[in-house]
Design a protein around this ligand. Structure first.
Ligand code: NG1
Ligand code: ZN
Length: 529
């Protein structure tokens, strides 16, 4: 390795002395001006990771739903999954090394991870529409080049599109073509095959208003539009030409504030949805004739998808195991509905896509969604192979048709990661096939009133949790206080956890009424100090 060149280039991307950041649930997130050294070094790390696993690695520059001034970076592993946990630690060490320690830290990583420096390296790069993203992705390229890695810069893409590209590349095209065209063709073909079977989509049923958070989703949906026939009537709002990214709009805003985004005029009973800033999350909503706002979050999306899959999996009679994976933020009534009414097993894991993804891999068909709208469905290799085989060979018409439906769902779903575009098409297809209106979907169960709060504390790491983050182990006495507060209310539940993406502690509470959920969240927030 040419350490002299490294030293020279690293000096062009200096680390602010004393600054320490952590590779969290979504990679690094911070104010954009603090990230130049981080992205340069993640370019270095991507090369090392690529050499270690002999595969193409992805790097995405985005801070998702966070304010436009922020930015972030995360690495994507060979099959499009999140970076392996052991390398998250290397990422943190490398990002925080002072200039003079850089060589030592890199050498240590190479030793610990058995990196063969003689191997080739290949990295795919993508970025969101933030003003700072272009320059930061140039610094990523500097990092890749200084270690002699090859790269392909996809420029402006959604986060899930980059995950898809990486997976296609490393599976020799089995997952699809590693181009935007390949992505649009695969999804639109599967979608059209599915809705061919629907008999009940009237004119008003087809319209969908989409709030793109003034982000990358608007650009990519516009690119995708020509792949669909005119009957697919999607209307794009908050396309980034007028307002700031994520400002008073987007999936996170709608979910947290439980109100409609700015910039989208909603008529009663119109079906609307919001993407987040990098288009890996989606939530739906509508306003009823009385003017009340109804949010349909990730939990209800998981429910709709599970209903559909359960029905068609039963028809192919293969005894496939279907399960839903949620986090502690899932609404209590969604869990009850899935388990008690739908009879689908539910598992709860820690916050963070990697935990959900990992758990979902244990089943033939694993549906996972965070309440905030990030999620997807995973099919085991065996289930997928069997379904494709049934489509080709099954003599029984009903069984074969059901398998065909599932096969198209498999192709429509982005199995690498939650994808707002793909999820939207999955939802639209299911609503059309089942002839469901947005109100009927919403009425499957009623959400328990809930409140999400965040508070700033001196050091959020003093809170340590257990039981999928539903109970606090430290500081001593906190959990007892929360237990006492929860007892005061009916149908109540509350928990606290340190955020992995912001310097805050998050508080979640639910109860029988909105007033009680708000009061409980507030009381718990006071107990955290
Ligand atoms: P943190 O900041 O760790 O709570 C947030 C979301 C996660 C996930 C990550 C990654 C909530 C409460 N938390 O994590 O669900 O989406 O960001 O972006 O929504
Ligand atoms: Zn996102």
């Amino acid at each position: 390795m040419d350490f002299e060149a490294l030293k020279k280039y690293s000096a062009l991307h200096p680390k602010p002395a004393g600054l320490a950041l952590q590779y969290g649930t979504a990679g690094f997130r911070s104010k954009a001006e603090q990230l130049d050294h981080v992205v340069f070094r993640m370019g270095l790390l991507a090369v090392l990771r690529s050499k270690a696993v002999t595969a193409t690695i992805g790097i995405m520059v985005t801070a998702s739903h966070n304010p436009e001034e922020d930015n972030g970076v995360k690495l994507i592993d060979p099959l499009g999954e999140m970076l392996h946990p052991s390398w998250e630690e290397y990422a943190t060490q490398l990002a925080n090394a002072e200039e003079q320690e850089l060589q030592k830290v890199i050498t240590e990583i190479c030793q610990k991870a058995a990196v063969n420096l003689h191997k080739d390296a290949s990295v795919f790069i993508g970025r969101d529409t933030r003003p700072s993203s272009e320059k930061l992705s140039q610094s990523v390229i500097d990092g890749i080049q200084v270690l002699g890695g090859q790269y392909h810069d996809y420029g402006l893409v959604t986060t899930p599109q980059l995950h898809y590209m990486v997976c296609c590349q490393n599976t020799q095209g089995q997952y699809g073509k590693a181009t935007l065209e390949g992505y649009y063709e695969k999804l639109s073909k599967a979608f059209m095959e599915l809705i061919k079977q629907s008999h009940c989509s009237g004119e008003s049923q087809r319209h969908l208003k989409i709030d793109c958070a003034n982000g990358i989703g608007a650009l990519k949906l516009s690119e995708m539009k020509p792949y669909f026939p005119q009957e697919v009537a999607i209307h794009i709002y908050n396309d980034g030409t007028k307002e700031k990214l994520n400002h008073l709009c987007g999936a996170d805003f709608v979910k947290v504030h439980q109100k409609p985004p700015g910039g989208l005029d909603m008529k009663p009973n119109e079906r609307c949805c919001s993407f987040d800033g990098d288009a890996d999350r989606i939530v739906y909503y509508y306003k009823d004739t009385a003017g009340h706002f109804h949010l349909i979050d990730g939990d209800k999306i998981a429910t709709l998808i599970s209903i559909f899959l359960k029905e068609f999996l039963a028809k192919v009679k293969q005894d496939f195991k279907l399960a839903v994976v949620q986090t502690a933020y899932a609404n209590g009534n969604s869990t009850r509905y899935l388990q008690d009414t739908l009879k689908v097993p539910v598992h709860c894991v820690k916050t963070g896509v990697k935990h959900l993804h990992h758990k979902a891999q244990e089943f033939d068909v694993g549906v996972y969604f965070e309440a905030n709208g990030h999620g997807t469905v995973l099919f085991s290799k065996a289930a997928e192979t069997k379904i494709r085989q049934l489509v080709k060979e099954e003599k029984d018409d009903e069984k074969r048709e059901a398998a065909k439906m599932l096969e198209n769902m498999i192709d429509l779903i982005n199995q690498t990661v939650g994808d707002a575009v793909s999820d939207m098409l999955v939802i639209e297809a299911i609503l059309a096939l089942k002839g469901l209106t947005v109100q009927q979907w919403d009425a499957l169960y009623t959400d328990l009133p809930n409140r999400l709060l965040k508070v700033q504390v001196a050091d959020r790491r003093v809170i340590d949790t257990t039981d999928a983050e539903r109970r606090a182990l430290t500081p001593p006495g906190l959990q007892e206080k929360i237990d006492a507060l929860v007892k005061k209310y009916k149908l109540s539940r509350a928990f606290v956890r340190p955020s992995g993406t912001e310097d805050v502690v998050r508080i979640y509470a639910e109860a029988d009424t909105q007033e009680n959920a708000d009061a409980l969240a507030h009381e718990v927030s006071l107990a955290v100090f």
